[in-house]
Design a protein around this ligand. Structure first.
Ligand code: PMP
Length: 399
């Protein structure tokens, strides 16, 4: 008998999502009855706003929603996205420039499928969200990490991008506010990167899923608002998950030039068809309805952010840049490495995260999941009392 033929090389090269892995380990320990506090998942702990839930309930009464609908999205949701894009990204678009996707994740995947040919490079500012390198490689592209450390607030400069540019550079990823760092680029920094992309014909894939979660009076200005001419070579990604506590509903979208969006819709018509109609109707209500709940969520995140920065800063060896967006802090923990803690020699942030889970029963994601070692990501999208208890345990561990 001949050996069974091997599975796909491309898919077997994909790593399991590191953040989901840490979160799963934390949940398993919790299920065993251990009092684990998890800063691992990027998921708001609030209930979805009632307006969205009511719209979903109403949608269940209309049999039209039990049927297939257009792959690129329901007309009223596309219109709500047109209005939202004008409001928050300063860009006037037509409905045929929108494709509604099964969460922001599918928008990320489809953006690279639409843009890349084998061997083309995508400049990926690091630390980066773990899905990016995988989505680029699934489209046969090559991610080229461009690292920015804590001393530059984890924000890459045009000089760094230019140094990494080659004749194969097709696109640059721009995420502001950033997952995992919470950094927000200023309007000037954003405009400089947009002008550089325009000058060199490089596409921008800009992930704006955290654009409504900014603090200290800061606004995340979209690349297409900063430099309107770049819209012809920009794909904007977004979704309701983070702003409206709707992670489980799975509604995201992509916005871009009509020809690129037509290609994305064609791809999606073979991949998933339309997004669940009930969830789309809920998203219409979230986007077009009153924004009070979203604002209350933002204020709660802001309060938690300040607690996290203040308490983590009390630990010797930890440097905490103040994040101005999203719901993550990304401390530089290199001062804790190369030392012994609880009888264990700790060299990397991966080992540090393991120690923290074992000794303090606190789950954090190591920097290795997002780029170089030496950092931890802590999501502060969890209840205030848990949040404080967790950092107290870290203070005790590293006292
Ligand atoms: N982009 C970024 C930067 C994210 O952090 C996430 C969620 N972790 C997403 C996109 C995708 O979100 P979803 O698929 O839940 O809409």
């Amino acid at each position: 008998m001949t050996e069974r033929a091997p599975l796909s090389r491309k898919i077997s090269a994909i790593a399991e999502s590191a953040t989901l892995k840490v979160d799963a380990k934390a949940k398993a320990l919790k299920a065993e009855g251990r009092p684990v506090i998890s800063y691992a998942a990027g998921e708001p702990d609030f209930a979805t706003p009632a307006g969205a839930v009511d719209a979903a309930r109403e949608a269940l009464e209309n049999p039209a929603n039990f049927r297939y609908s257009p792959a690129a999205g329901l007309a009223d949701l596309k219109q709500a996205i047109v209005d939202k894009t004008r409001r928050d990204s300063g860009l006037e678009i037509a409905p045929n420039q929108v494709v509604v996707t099964n969460g922001g994740k599918q928008a990320v995947y489809q953006a690279f499928q639409v843009l890349l040919n084998p061997g083309e490079e995508v400049l990926l500012p690091a630390p980066y969200w773990t899905t990016y390198p995988e989505a680029i490689q699934l489209a046969d592209g090559t991610p080229v990490a461009v690292f920015a450390g804590a001393e530059q607030e984890y924000k890459v400069t045009v000089e760094q991008l230019e140094a990494a540019r080659t004749p194969r550079t097709k696109a640059v990823v721009f995420v502001s506010p950033s997952n995992p760092t919470g950094s927000v680029y200023t309007e000037e920094e954003t405009a400089a990167i947009a002008r550089w992309a325009l000058e060199h014909g490089v596409w921008i894939v800009t992930d704006e899923i955290y654009q409504n979660l900014t603090y200290d009076g800061v606004r995340a200005v979209s690349v297409v608002e900063a430099v309107p001419e770049v819209a012809g070579q920009t794909i904007l990604l977004n979704g309701v998950a983070k702003t409206y506590a709707m992670t489980g509903w799975r509604v995201g979208w992509m916005v871009g030039p009509a020809d690129a969006m037509k290609m994305a819709a064609n791809l999606q018509s073979h991949l998933t068809s339309n997004v669940n109609n009930i969830a789309q109707k809920a998203a219409v209500a979230a986007l077009a309805g009153p924004q009070d709940d979203a604002e209350a969520f933002r204020q709660a995140f802001d309060r938690r952010r300040r607690t996290m920065v203040e308490e983590l800063s009390k630990i010797d060896g930890v440097t905490v840049p103040v994040p101005q967006g999203a719901f993550y802090v990304y401390p530089d923990v290199s001062g804790l490495l190369g030392r012994e803690w609880r009888g264990r020699r700790i060299e990397t942030s991966l080992e540090l995260a393991d120690l923290i889970l074992d000794e303090a029963e606190v789950a954090v994601v190591p920097g290795e999941a997002f780029g170089p070692s030496g950092y931890l990501r802590l999501s502060y999208a969890l209840a205030d009392d848990q949040l404080l208890e967790g950092v107290r345990r870290l203070q005790a561990l590293f006292a």
